[in-house]
Design a protein around this ligand. Sequence first.
Ligand code: 0RA
Length: 663
Amino acid sequence: MSNSENELTNNLNGKHNSNGYTADSIQVLEGLEAVRMRPSMYIGDTGVKGLHHLVYEVVDNSIDEALAGFCSKIDLVINEDGSITISDNGRGIPVDYHEKEKKSALEVVLTVLHAGGKFDKDSYKVSGGLHGVGVSCVNALSSILIAHVKRDGKVYKQEFSRGKPLSNLQVEGETDETGTTITFTPDSTIFTQTTVFNYEILASRLRELAFLNKGIKLTLTDKRELVENGSAHFRFDEFHSKEGLVEFIHFLDGNREKLTENVIDIESNKGEVPVEVALQYNTSFSENVHSYVNNINTIEGGTHLTGFRSALTRTLKKYADESGMLSKLKFDINGDDFREGLTAVISVKVAEPQFEGQTKTKLGNPEVRLAVDQAVSEALSNYLEENPKDAKNIVQKVILAAQARHAARKARELVQRKTVLSGSGLPGKLADCSDKDPSRSEVFLVEGDSAGGTAKQGRNRSFQAILPLRGKILNVEKAMQHKIFENEEIRNIFTALGVTIGTEDDSKALNLSGLRYHKIIIMTDADVDGSHISTLIMTFFFRFMTDLINKGHLYIATPPLYQIKKGKEERYCWTEEERIQIVEELGKGREGSVHVQRYKGLGEMNAEQLWTTTMSPESRILRQVTIENAAEADRIFSMLMGDEVPPRREFIEAHAKYANIDA
Ligand code: 0RA
């Protein structure tokens, strides 16, 4: 990075020190070159997640404008050439020229790390923050970025490449509107895995943002291909929520049977920390509590979640005690019992959030706990007094949950006790690997004994273990906890992995310290039954071992769809496109000599074929299971695996391209 940029940052910090190097001058060495050298430090990774983070970074700035009261609409367009445009009707990035810095404010915002907030230090800046790196990072990681600003009656434009200006700020025309439009193409030398934006990922984030920030209109348009649907049009969605979190709860629980009449809506702007909470109970057995700080999903929780939990437990307990409903109870009730069948969203806006934890998504600010606790206990006790019918239903549900927990404890102890199945205390069906270092070891969860047999022959036994599972494992979305822990296949999974669950005061607490394999690989047939089985297994992991997914331990193996043979040459392929291409390639010259075999199941491959195509680290394709959007995943699992059939059918029909691979 050049010297002039160093000086500029110093000036902006207001801490220019004439006597040479200070801590500040070391800090200012971090320019956009640093971002390009170590992109993962700034945006998390350079895969699919990081790619989409670029978009969120820009959108966050527009959301800030909206929260400050200056912007009502944000439009995203995925352009035909794969670039993306984000426009808003906010004030527009300032463009005034700084004599000293010899560049416009716009150029400073786009070329100096962390410069965004320096212009309006006192304004309420709340969105973003996970990486909170600003639009300059997006600029650094884009091969082309074009900024258009409408402000002070004019339209301004400036273009950049890899963070460097290609031109000076130019006036393009006149306007009576205001706003900012940023178009960028992610740099393919940085995002080597992919630079293709995924419509679904963007749509689910915009939907989430619309619920979290009521009133803002967000739109998404995909201009890459026309969709045939009666008439040809571009794919388009508009996200706009009038009621915010209340609608979020309706959306999350669309496929669950509700226990109470209304969503309990809590909003408090009294203290330093604005708090919004919405909650409703349903008849399911799972707890679905999603927490956000400044629009970031805090998957590790933190002080806001602690405040929510203690207020919920204390307030409901007090109500239940006073109502006399607990008087005949022979067992204790704990915090867990108050959250069974609960769907809740907690959203706080914190001016200077401290993020902790492994993924930096755990809120540390101590003052937030009390703010949430007070807001929730006050509003909830009022609600219970005013809605005695709902209150009674909730307390009855809590009692049932406590009963079920006592039954489940016995079953859970079975999981934890080393069983006699084999000398090692491991399930008899497990073919373990010889290496005992978890970081080098992997285990395949294989559907069926016959495929399990082939996998045992084909594997590299030094670091690969095989656990065959019998048929369809239990659907944990529908079963009660004690049934789940009594289930043999599920117990085998716990024991084989070396994972235990549940302590005295938290029945869902996961202990991963004994994890025996760092890669857990689900391997099922490449047909509809196979994908149903992997969905069942993933549902189990999502509900009971979320942390294991978040730590990146869960994978899906992808067996090939076809084997294509010509003479002695054998090729495998995973998609229709590949099949067509390889058949054409091999068939060149001589007709009729190419033989195509469709694999329907793992059992149709011999051990060597299974090794080469699906198990060997050299040639296999593993897909890592990640949770991009926990709220969306929650809704989809409750839909796919829950009781209601119509929404499931709609989902499968909408995704028929993937579901129908057998056709
Ligand atoms: C710096 C200062 C101000 C606004 C912005 C940046 C800003 C950035 C982006 C990025 C996308 N949309 C945006 N909108 C605004 C404050 C502006 C003022 O004080 O007038």
